[in-house]
Design a protein around this ligand. Structure first.
Ligand code: GDP
Ligand code: IMO
Ligand code: MG
Length: 432
């Protein structure tokens, strides 16, 4: 019986999960997404071409590897269909090596309407949702009113759909949302619905399975499974900066419920962090920089959302948040991405603790959103060198290694690899 290894983000998302999953895929037989949906934007780069995936696992470019969309994932059929078309344009045919759980829930066009209505109703307190319908679709799942992928094969699908859509429109109207004026990609709800319904045909062409049996059988056969996280630990529904979070369990625990595997099957947990920190949307971000350095990180790091195009907020690496994420996930290995963005920096800072009401703490407080948090920063000398000349971790500049050692010391987790460019080839693995 083999184990499920996990790869997930330790910050507020966009740590480089897609790239690293693609790099690790040759070591695995199956790559499986366990939560989230089209709110994710996972970027892969190779042979000078950039690919962005939203719902499809990042192992899809490896033809001989199987990819699974697990029961914990949300599927928006029209976005899924676009993603499939984009792959086909690149001569990748995903129907062969992508299986989809019948238990994955569907995002309806009216979930997206409700997402927009909820955000508008929140006014200044809005979350900055990706407007893909994530919150409302998971709400229906938990309320036991959702529609699942397997339902599209049933005779009463249209009836269920119409009933749910009707309820969503009533709710949006109660929130005083202008349903008539609502647009998705310039289309009215009715226009978009036509496309959405057509795209169900694409979905039907895939192997729709009971993925919990499939994955467990793979493990029994000794196949290696990698679970690919979306979002980040600080966006977790339970432990993130609630309510400025997403609506799923983004941590290792989510792998068990999102794929149907027992806790005892979890193997290595690889946690990814950028060498600095970013966040898109609203919510607390203690190390955020509002100055020229923050601007430089955004520009040099191309910190613009892969799903929404929004500029990401940037700041220094946050150790209290990372330690929290390592604890929640049981991280066994760290992967650090994007130190190359700071190659020209004279100094690089690390937040080692928070000062809250004149008291030092290294814990994330319950009042994370309300209290004023001053980051306690320690400074490191910049390495002032290009990194893509290094052929191994050990060849990285000593000053960067000092920074990385401090990161290991403070999180208590060993770094297994460092990524130094968006390209697949630039990942430096640490000697065992
Ligand atoms: P994900 O959501 O965690 O998969 O991350 P995103 O794809 O949303 O954002 C990560 C961005 O950083 C993408 O544009 C990647 O191409 C890029 N990236 C990943 N690793 C590195 C790295 O080591 N250096 C640089 N400069 N860019 C990277
Ligand atoms: P990947 O997988 C970064 C953020 C949104 C918003 C909050 C709630 O690419 O790392 P939602 O649409 O989920 O209801 O939005 O969560 N968010 C992400 N931020 N990366 C992501 O995914 C995100 N998915 C959601 O910006 O603040
Ligand atoms: Mg992303």
């Amino acid at each position: 019986m083999s184990k499920v290894d996990v790869l997930l983000g330790l910050q507020w998302g966009d740590e480089g999960k897609g790239k690293i999953v693609d790099v690790l895929t040759p070591d695995y037989d199956v790559i499986a997404r366990f939560q989230g949906g089209p709110n994710a934007g996972h970027t892969l780069e190779f042979n000078g071409i950039k690919h962005v995936l939203h719902i499809i696992p990042s192992g899809i470019f490896h033809k001989q590897k199987l990819n699974v969309i697990g029961n914990g994932v949300l599927i928006e059929p029209a976005i899924f269909s676009e993603e499939v078309d984009a792959l086909r344009q690149k001569n990748v045919e995903p129907t062969e090596n992508l299986y989809i759980s019948k238990k994955a829930h569907l995002i309806l066009p009216s979930h997206r309407l409700l997402d927009a209505a909820n955000e508008q109703a929140k006014g200044n307190a809005k979350i900055g949702s990706t407007l893909k319908g994530i919150g409302p679709a998971y709400t229906d799942k938990i309320a036991r009113t959702g529609i699942r992928v397997g339902d599209i094969l049933e005779f009463d699908f249209r009836e269920k759909y119409q009933l749910l859509k009707f309820q969503h429109i009533q709710m949006a109207k109660m929130l005083k949302f202008d349903v008539e004026a609502f647009r998705i990609n310039g289309m009215s709800l009715e226009e978009y619905e036509v496309r959405w319904m057509e795209s169900l045909e694409t979905l039907r062409k895939f192997k729709l399975i009971n993925s919990e049996y499939f994955i467990n059988n793979c493990l029994k056969e000794g196949k290696k499974v990698l679970a690919e996280g979306a979002q980040g630990s600080m966006l977790d529904i339970d432990f993130g900066s609630y309510p400025f979070v997403t609506s799923s369990s983004t941590i290792t625990a989510g792998v068990c419920s999102g794929l149907g595997v027992a806790p005892s099957t979890i193997g290595r947990v690889m946690g990814i962090t950028k060498a600095y920190c970013t966040r898109v949307g609203a919510g607390p971000f203690p190390t955020e920089l509002f100055d020229a350095t923050g601007h430089t990180l955004c520009e040099l790091g191309h910190e613009f959302g892969a799903t929404t195009g929004r500029a990401r907020r940037c700041g220094w690496i946050d150790i209290p948040a990372l330690r929290y994420a390592c604890m929640l996930n049981g991280v066994t290995d760290l992967i650090v991405t994007k130190p190359d963005v700071m190659n020209d920096f004279d100094e690089v800072k690390m937040c080692t603790s928070y000062i809250i009401n004149d008291k030092e703490t290294d814990e994330i407080p319950f009042e994370f959103n309300e209290v004023e948090i001053r980051p306690n920063l320690v400074s490191f000398e910049g390495w002032k060198q290009e990194l893509n000349k290094a052929k191994s971790y050990e060849e990285l500049p000593a000053k960067l290694q000092a920074y990385l050692s401090a990161l290991e010391l403070r999180t208590g987790v060993r770094i297994m690899a460092v990524s130094v460019s968006p390209d697949r080839k630039d990942v430096l693995f640490r000697n065992a």
